[in-house]
Design a binder for this molecule. Sequence first.
Ligand SMILES: [Zn+2]
Length: 62
Amino acid sequence: MAQTLRACKECSAITEEDKCAICGNPTSREWQGYVIILDHTKSEIARRMGISINGKFALRVR
Ligand SMILES: [Zn+2]
């Protein structure tokens, strides 16, 4: 699964596209780990990562 997925270099959103659907920046196949944000208003991780929407986000993107 992880091999075909990409992560945005800017906002870390995980996607299958070459460009991020959220911010339009290029995505990378070089990423590690992910978190699923179900409610960004209550998520400590989302706040630390600066995420203001729900979804799947990579922890590290190269
Ligand atoms: Zn993005």
